[in-house]
Design a protein around this ligand. Structure first.
Ligand code: FAD
Length: 316
């Protein structure tokens, strides 16, 4: 059976959902082994066995507490060269996108990026900002594959235990040239955009930063994250980390509500993978309605508060 590696991501001693999603894909490809890289991550290794992972390789070291591309690329590429897995799955997150090509270059691997499906032995990835899909087959191994979050179902616990191996970590001076002094976390009670099940996004139609209050009220009722189009971000109404789209974040929630967003191709590139799309726009010709499952033609300043009230009534 092919040896498939999942580079698991964890935060605060907790596996990120995308790690379980990659395990779902990995199970279709062969025997699943996982890698955990960080400081103090050994404690979560046994949990992976519960999801059908046969072995967990742990690279646990104080120098790996914060992510830098050089350190993680070093650890990953040395382990790949040592164990020769056929396919290495890395999350298509900010850090995954950063480290994957460096690792591919070091180990002489091919890379397939941002895959959203796997069928008939082919990886499927969107191209041209989601206008078309490319089917890619690997002709050589090892192969590095980055996996879009929120697309595959998270693996269900199947019971079982994984063998845990602690890998020796040796970082060279070159790998430590960049030192992360501090990580400042934004405190938010809302889910992170890329992990959110529900996202409420606003665009230029919101007409001002203060009006996002009505979207936040809707998000609070739904337990949703708040996103934005680039127009709203460029206007200074929302921080850049809220931007959804080609030059922002790629999201695939179960429900995406777009208010006052026209549906430019660059915005669709970041959210068209959402399972259900609801668009609120006063222009019936707006492009967003072409991808929407439910369209509400109307003034968002009337529609959004009505939706909030109605959801509150139903969910209470
Ligand atoms: P608009 O296109 O101005 O649309 C506003 C919409 O609000 C309109 O449809 C209007 O009918 C509606 N509206 C107005 N008032 C109301 C109301 N009261 N009630 C209901 N509806 C109302 N864009 C992104 O979003 N993300 C990206 O990552 C991104 N990357 C880009 C990268 C490049 C290289 C380029 C060139 C562009 C990129 N863009 C991106 C910009 C993109 O092309 C669009 O300009 C942008 O998405 C438009 O944002 P918008 O839909 O909020 O604004």
């Amino acid at each position: 059976m092919a040896k498939i590696w999942v580079v698991a991501e964890a935060q605060d001693q907790k596996l990120k959902k995308v790690s379980l999603e990659m395990i779902t894909l990995a199970r279709q490809l062969g025997d699943v082994e996982a890698l955990l890289i960080g400081d103090g991550v050994a404690a979560i290794a046994p949990e992976l066995g519960n999801y059908g992972v046969s072995k967990v390789i742990v690279a646990d070291h104080a120098d790996l507490q914060s992510y830098t591309a050089a350190k993680y690329a070093r650890v990953l590429s040395e382990l790949i060269q040592r164990d020769q897995p056929e396919i290495v799955l890395i999350a298509n997150t900010a850090t995954g996108r950063d480290v994957a090509p460096r690792v591919a270059q070091r180990v002489g691997a091919g890379q397939i990026s941002d895959i959203i499906d796997y069928a008939d032995g082919q990886f499927i990835r969107p191209i041209y900002a989601g206008k078309a899909f490319q089917r890619v087959t690997a002709v050589a191994h090892p192969l590095i594959v980055t996996v879009r979050p929120n697309v595959f179902a998270a693996a269900e616990a199947v019971g079982g235990t994984a063998a845990v191996e602690t890998a020796a970590v040796s970082l060279a001076a070159d790998d430590l040239r960049v030192l992360v002094r501090d990580v400042v976390r934004q405190i938010s009670t809302r889910p992170e955009l890329t992990e959110a099940e529900i996202i409420v996004s606003g665009g230029r139609g919101m007409k001002g930063a203060e009006n996002f209050r009505i979207l936040e009220a809707l998000a609070d009722v739904l337990g949703a994250a708040v996103g934005a189009s680039r127009a709203a971000v460029d206007a200074g109404w929302r921080p850049h980390q809220d931007q959804v789209g080609q030059t922002g974040k790629t999201v695939s929630p179960t429900l995406y509500i777009a208010a006052g967003i026209s549906g430019a191709i660059q915005h669709l590139a970041g959210m068209s993978g959402s399972k259900v799309i609801v668009a609120i726009n006063k222009d019936p010709e707006a492009n967003i309605f072409k991808v929407a499952d439910y369209g509400i033609v109307g003034d968002l300043f009337e529609v959004v508060p009505l939706l909030t009230e109605e959801f509150k009534r139903v969910l209470d």
